[in-house]
Design a protein around this ligand. Structure first.
Ligand SMILES: Cc1ncc(COP(=O)(O)O)c(C=O)c1O
Length: 369
């Protein structure tokens, strides 16, 4: 037996004592106000039928890819899907990954080297931090969405610099001032990288596309496990960066590719979004119902993520328990996922949430507050 095993037990015990031990639960039945299935595609029977027909017409799609894309795992389907995605987003190139986490690891482990600086918004996703650790780059934080602070940091930099932000923040549900950040990136010659994991599908193809910022954003990450209801991610960029990633990004090089069914599902997902373009309007209607109830949140009025700060763990737990007893599935976010003192109830709104459900949910939250 490994003699230092006690270390693991102690770490877990500490979490348990602080009442923040993470455990896996099977999905409860209840009204979903916690998943990232904003447009309901993960449960959409029409979309499921399309995927079923696709695989019935070509069972080969389910075949394992058998290797890294640089050896035996590449296919015409993944290449065609990448070309299709690049065109849709009006970028020169796209590079597909099995998840957004992998895509961010690939970007931040390979683009910057140990002499470069990556300036991150303080609320950036964990995957960016982990990628930066792999490249040993210098990592500097700017205050959340604070362009003044970002510029202060930019002014002091020498050498190669990157800025990275999310367009719609996953824990706060607020949006980055992308125009201003893109201007600063241009002015200070910094490579801008935008993570659109939560914006894709909610705001069309994302905010970079909506604001026509493709020429100013070196790389955009869109993910397919949230609004698209499937799995995977793309890095949207130019041909040089795509080739650089294929040559230098370990998470891309040293990992077996997903099977073609994943790439085909993503391809079909884009079509489904185009044909069902009213879904995002429907989502906005549901968000509006929630916002009209005047629950105090830190989030953007158009965001499907609405965060209610409750910096008291016991009260936050009591609220989620009350909600759960009434059949509502919500998610309480504790530190270390968010900064201590900013613990929150994270509500996710979806196209399929009924008006009466939203009204009941907000009533309970307001009573509690
Ligand atoms: C902002 C952000 N980026 C990246 C990821 C990772 O994406 P995926 O879940 O596809 O691995 C997430 C997932 O929660 C996220 O919220």
């Amino acid at each position: 037996m490994f003699k230092d095993f006690l270390y693991f037990e102690n770490a877990l015990q500490k979490r348990k004592q602080s009442d923040i031990l993470r455990i896996l639960k099977t999905q409860n039945s209840g009204i979903d106000f916690y998943s990232n299935d904003y447009l309901g595609l993960a449960r959409n029977e029409e979309f499921q039928k399309i995927l079923l027909r696709t695989v019935q017409g070509n069972p080969e799609l389910l075949k394992g890819s058998t290797g890294s894309r640089l050896i035996s795992g590449n296919s015409a389907i993944v290449t065609e899907t990448e070309n299709f995605i690049a065109e849709k987003h009006q970028y020169e190139s796209a590079l597909l990954f099995p998840s957004g986490y992998n895509a961010n690891l690939a970007l931040f482990s390979s683009l910057p080297n140990r002499h470069d600086t990556v300036i991150i918004d303080e609320k950036i996703h964990r995957s960016v931090h982990d990628g930066c650790m792999m490249s040993h780059c210098r990592k500097l934080k700017f205050a959340h969405n604070d362009c003044f602070h970002l510029e202060e940091i930019l002014k002091k930099q020498k050498g190669k610099v990157y800025i990275t932000v999310e367009s719609l923040y996953s824990m706060d549900g607020d949006v980055a001032p992308l125009h201003e950040i893109a201007e600063l990136a241009e002015q200070y010659n910094a490579g801008l990288i935008v993570d659109e994991a939560h914006a894709f599908g909610v705001f069309g193809y994302g905010l970079v596309d909506r604001f026509r910022l493709q020429k100013k954003v070196l790389a955009t990450v869109v993910t397919y496990g949230k609004a698209l209801g499937t799995h995977g991610a793309s890095i949207l960029t130019n041909n040089v960066i795509k080739s650089f990633l294929i040559n230098f990004a370990s998470p891309f090089i040293y990992s077996t590719s997903a099977h073609d069914f994943l790439w085909k599902s993503i391809f079909e997902g884009y079509y489904f979004l185009t044909v069902n373009d009213k879904l995002s309007t429907k989502l906005q209607e549901k968000i509006k119902i929630f916002r009209n109830q005047n629950v105090k949140t830190v989030s953007n009025e158009n965001s499907p993520i609405q965060a209610i700060i409750i910096p008291d763990n016991n009260r936050l737990k009591a609220l989620t328990k009350t909600l759960s007893d009434q059949g509502f599935l919500t998610y309480a976010v504790f530190s270390p996922t968010v900064k201590e003192g900013t613990e929150r109830l994270r509500i996710c709104l979806h196209t399929f949430n009924k008006e009466e459900e939203i009204l009941k949910l907000t009533e309970i939250i307001k009573e509690f507050a």
